[in-house]
Write a protein that binds this ligand. Structure first.
Ligand code: PEP
Ligand code: MN
Length: 376
């Protein structure tokens, strides 16, 4: 096999790519993050800010989604590219998006900084040849059931077509183990680095398919020698149009970034981590921004459920003072136990209830007079 890896095969030194300021394959770990799919401008801005504050360098977001089911969200297409690229630019990040065919490649190749070939297209040889002719780095994901040899030969197609900047990405392979979406194959990271000079990164999100496993797998990947991480994060995973169950909240992403600093250091690598891990005003504000984005995401989710509740109530039962009192008492006790001022929770919930009641009433009636009467 080695003889076939004319361009991808091991050299005296591992390749270090300097991609317009983004150095990958060297001592420093590169963190890439963002949602599975681009959904809105606001979503991309929130994600981009967190990626930057966390010490990340690349913003991800799919606009052409190769979904297993034809009925799942297929991505925003061209409109989504603008949201991704603008949010990345405003935060001094590079952008990466997946292409699924030569048409989508043409649409993005002059706009994004890095092109991703997804697992399902790893052996789409015509597409590999086409990205080989483009002057942009390529993240090549390992196929769902591809051997390391097949993966490296897929990379060989790209290099042989003229593009030297391929970043290999291990994202889990299909095994008989059902507790995870795929099985993260960390040996493949080590083997790929033994057989090839190309940088190798790891995507623990698609490997695990479960948020709770991501931090441990991300750390293990760095310890195994990965040159970077590609991680899904979303301002509101519960409402994500794709892969919400494996997306970190922005706060979790930031937290993981702080933890990666020491892991990198312990294996002779570097990762700057969140802008000044010391408690500077800037890093504390970054942390607050991530928490605030989570709060708004949860409020949005709460309002959706509240509106559903309206369908189960008659109009005279919409305001339920007993229920409100019960909720506030319970949350005040919870706040106390978490060292959060119970009065703050009480005040916030008065407003939250008011909005909930108003919104439920508006979904039932539109006559202003009735609304104010019932609210009284
Ligand atoms: C993705 O990164 O959004 C994706 C679809 O990943 P994969 O190709 O690894 O399944
Ligand atoms: Mn995804």
């Amino acid at each position: 096999m080695m003889s076939q890896l004319k361009l991808v095969g091991k050299k005296a030194e591992h390749s270090v790519f300097d991609l317009a300021g983004l150095v990958i394959g060297g001592k420093e770990i590169v963190l890439m993050g963002g949602p599975c799919a681009v959904e809105s401008r606001e979503q991309m801005i929130a994600a981009a800010e967190t990626v930057r504050h966390s010490g990340g360098k690349v913003l991800r977001g799919g606009v052409f989604k190769p979904r297993t089911s034809p009925y799942s969200f297929q991505g925003l297409g061209e409109k989504g590219i603008d949201y991704l690229v603008q949010a990345a630019k405003d935060n001094n990040l590079m952008s990466v998006t997946e292409v699924i065919d030569t048409e989508s490649l043409k649409l993005v190749q002059d706009k994004v900084d890095i092109i991703q070939i997804g697992a399902r297209n790893m052996q789409n040889f015509q597409l590999l040849i086409e990205v080989g002719k483009v002057n942009k780095p390529v993240i090549l994901k390992r196929g769902l059931a591809a051997t390391v040899e097949e993966w490296l030969l897929a990379a060989e197609y790209i290099l042989a077509s003229g593009n030297p900047h391929v970043i290999l990405c291990e994202r889990g392979i299909r095994t008989y183990e059902p507790s995870t979406r795929n099985t993260l194959d960390l040996s493949a990271v080590v083997v790929a680095k033994q057989l090839s000079h190309l940088p190798v990164i790891v995507d623990p999100s698609h490997a695990a398919g479960r948020t709770d496993l991501i931090p441990a797998l991300a750390k293990a990947a760095i310890a195994a020698g990965a040159d970077g991480l590609l991680i899904e994060t979303h301002p509101n995973p519960a409402e994500a149009k794709s892969d919400g169950g494996q997306s970190l909240t922005l706060e979790q992403f930031w937290q993981l970034a702080t933890e990666l600093v020491k892991v990198a250091e312990s294996v002779g690598r570097t990762f700057a981590g969140p802008v000044k891990v010391q408690e500077s005003l800037q890093s504390l504000r970054a942390e607050i921004d991530a928490v605030d984005a989570d709060i708004v995401g949860l409020l949005a989710k709460r309002m959706k459920v509240v509106n559903k509740v309206a369908e189960h109530k008659t109009i005279d039962r919409i305001k339920d003072a007993n229920r409100e009192r019960e909720v506030v008492e319970r949350l005040s006790r919870l706040a106390q136990s978490l060292q959060c001022p119970p009065d703050l929770v009480k005040e916030i919930y008065n407003i939250v209830f008011d909005y909930g009641v108003k919104s439920q009433l508006h979904s039932k009636i539109t006559v202003e007079g009735n609304v104010s009467e019932i609210l009284r």
